[in-house]
Design a protein around this ligand. Sequence first.
Ligand SMILES: NC(=O)c1ccc[n+]([C@@H]2O[C@H](COP(=O)([O-])OP(=O)(O)OC[C@H]3O[C@@H](n4cnc5c(N)ncnc54)[C@H](OP(=O)(O)O)[C@@H]3O)[C@@H](O)[C@H]2O)c1
Length: 468
Amino acid sequence: MWSAPRLREPVRVPALVDGAVLLRFRFVVCAAIRETVAMDDGVVRIGILGCGNVGGALVRLIDDNADLISRRSGLRLVVTKVAVRDLSRDRNLTFAPGVLTNDVASVVQSDEVDLVVELIGGIEPARSLILDALKLAKPVVTGNKELLANGGAEIYEAAAIAGVDVLFEASVAGGIPLMRPLRESLAGERILRVMGIVNGTTNFILTQMTEHGSSFADALAEAQNLGFAERDPTADVEGYDAAAKAAIIASVAFGARVVAGDVYREGISGVSASDIAAARELGYVIKLLAVAEERDGAVTVRVHPTMVPNAHPLAAVRGSFNAVFIEGESVGDLMLYGRGAGGDPTAIAVLGDVIDAATNLHRGSRGATLGTLVHKPIRPIDEVQSQFYLTVDVEDRPGVLAAIASAFGTHGVSIQSMHQQGEGDEAHLIFVTHLAPEAALAATIHEVRELDTVKRIGSVLRVIGSGT
Ligand SMILES: NC(=O)c1ccc[n+]([C@@H]2O[C@H](COP(=O)([O-])OP(=O)(O)OC[C@H]3O[C@@H](n4cnc5c(N)ncnc54)[C@H](OP(=O)(O)O)[C@@H]3O)[C@@H](O)[C@H]2O)c1
């Protein structure tokens, strides 16, 4: 028979528990935690896994803002353990003896750690460490988008079983409060769509191209020189980073099991200076958007370069800034804007979660949960409706336009506007369509490409406009 743990004994969750045992277990664990922490007079002991850009900034902030945190929360956060890979690395931080270790598992297991912060990144060992902490009924705070976008459901379920918080504000859009507004402020709202600029590197590159006429290659090189882009920029410029964030956004906004592999993804490496110029002429800017929407019970999640009308609030988001635009059935439109990355902004998001989880731990409660993530159908990209911008290089002779218009008509894609740029060998046509399914646009492009007056299909970009 399982009995209540004595105070200060680590609390272990049985690997397999049935419903009744689980319920009883949760009460016992919470009671044990309440007594344990109350003994410490408002002290909550933090174990931090990883002390890099974000972990290092977090250690500093907990120290620098200790009085402010204590005044606001009534708690004293004490960093008792910090795990790193390389003990010899200079971190410009001073630790008391015994705090810094390269034995990462020992931090999770330590009797001197009430709450675990995971800032290592990647899937393993982060996943196992988080699950181990939750099994010990220790709340977890993480900024790990890669892990949550691939195995979030497992983590959220383990937290629900343990009856403790798992909070991850920093995993999407760094310093911008987004997870908490979605989980708490909008807990009663039916969210229709979330559109975000959630990758600062690509927004910086597109801003340079828009405002300075830079080529993609030059703008990328500048981003790398300024430290906004990695030496290998693939994860950013090809949209993988934004896709991971989009999966997390969709999971939280729609309570659905969405993983990174469900996200349709296109990056910005194919966006040319002439696309940017054409967008400008038409009254748009090009942004890499992560879009998550729920319609008729199905979820769509996609990341792609998008033409955003100049009047839309997302068009004004410049440089490395991020912003997320939320459309709710009752609340209408909301926008959250700020720094999506960087040690200090991200650490502030982590610290907010730490204070929240510590407060709940101290009270023996837990915060708003994600509930059970359900399986909702993911709408294939072919069925998603968008407006499109496309350019077609053509022979400059009579009848060209009629043949192209006929191909559009055959597939039910109606044209909102058409412009001709250049003449002779330089002639190309720019079309913006009304809303059409991706599959219909693909069939149209296939037919247009076959016309003997068409030399080349240039760029194809989705457009957001009013009502799309
Ligand atoms: N940086 C940002 O702007 C940002 C924004 C949003 C979210 N995040 C997320 O926050 C997390 C941390 O990012 P970061 O930029 O701080 O990463 P980072 O600078 O690379 O730091 C990672 C830390 O983890 C430690 N580490 C790695 N593997 C380890 C292991 N096996 N055992 C023990 N320690 C290990 C490293 O130790 P050493 O120092 O000894 O190498 C380092 O201290 C990631 O999940 C990231 O996606 C970051």
